[in-house]
Design a protein around this ligand. Structure first.
Ligand SMILES: O=C(O)C/C(=C\C=C(/O)C(=O)O)C(=O)O
Length: 250
């Protein structure tokens, strides 16, 4: 089952996918172009991993971390499928990052690796844009890199965990204006999903609806106003995003 949140005729609905279209709670079927897509999740906490693919660390001239490099993101960053991301006017380098997102299904504290999958509701896709102008080293606060308004498009769907046979072997791809620019596999994560859930839940509580952005492989390159960026993950779908100027914006 694939689930999403949309606005249709001025009202918010939780919907499911039906033969490539959208099924509303009253059974009505509508096309994806008739709706406004919202982020499919409303987390209390958004966790994200930095440098969780060794080849991405290498392209930034960093070593892969020996312990998970976790940071938090604000709700201000979230945006739905087919949304418009405002390219910050102070950015020289705004890199896309295609990432598998784990959606937590129930309260998790002191979870062991071998039980971790029981705590996952499903998976979705994020594009974790990075304003690389402000990337200095591992230890700096990364607010200006990773917490810009609208810079985390996410969705379109949350796919039930039961429908993803092996989340640790999914192909990720990014297309900019139709050109394939990034390709990798979740099998190359430095810290895999069970490890991340054990690690995070060892020192804090994860709640239902919380999300973990699991990092991006190599191939993250610059984007500009006017680009269409599609991040795609095998078995989940394609997340479409447009980059617009923030000049004169709110
Ligand atoms: O911008 C960077 O690549 C470094 C970084 C985070 C990295 C990721 O999100 C990633 O590797 O997926 C940072 O915190 O600045």
């Amino acid at each position: 089952m694939k689930r999403a949140r949309i606005v249709y005729k001025g009202a918010v609905h939780c919907v499911v996918e039906h033969e490539g279209k959208i099924k509303l709670p009253d059974g009505q079927i509508v096309s994806e172009h008739e709706v406004e897509w919202l982020p499919p999740v409303t987390p209390k906490t958004i966790f994200a991993l930095g440098l969780n693919y060794a080849d991405h660390a290498t392209e930034l001239d960093f070593k892969a971390p020996s312990e998970p490099l976790v940071f938090l993101k604000g709700m201000n960053t979230l945006l739905g499928h087919r949304g418009q991301t405002k390219r910050p006017s102070d950015a020289t380098f705004m890199h896309y990052e295609c990432e598998l997102v784990v959606v937590i299904g129930k309260k998790a504290r002191h979870v062991k690796k071998d039980e971790a999958y029981e705590y996952i509701e499903g998976y979705t896709i994020a594009n974790d844009y990075a304003i690389r102008d402000y990337l200095e080293n591992y230890y700096r606060p990364n607010l200006r890199v990773k917490n810009r308004d609208t810079c985390t498009p996410i969705g379109p769907w949350v796919v039930d965990a039961a429908d993803i046979e092996n989340p640790m072997n999914l192909t990720l791809r990014t297309y900019v204006n139709g050109q394939l620019t990034q390709e990798g596999s979740t099998k190359d994560m430095v810290f895999d999903i069970p490890f991340l859930i054990e690690y995070l839940s060892s020192f804090m509580t994860l709640n239902a609806g919380d999300i973990i952005l699991t990092g991006t492989p190599k191939g993250a390159v610059d984007t500009k106003v006017g680009d269409e960026v599609i991040t795609e993950i095998e078995g989940i779908g394609r997340l479409v995003n447009a980059i617009v100027s923030d000049v004169g914006g709110e």
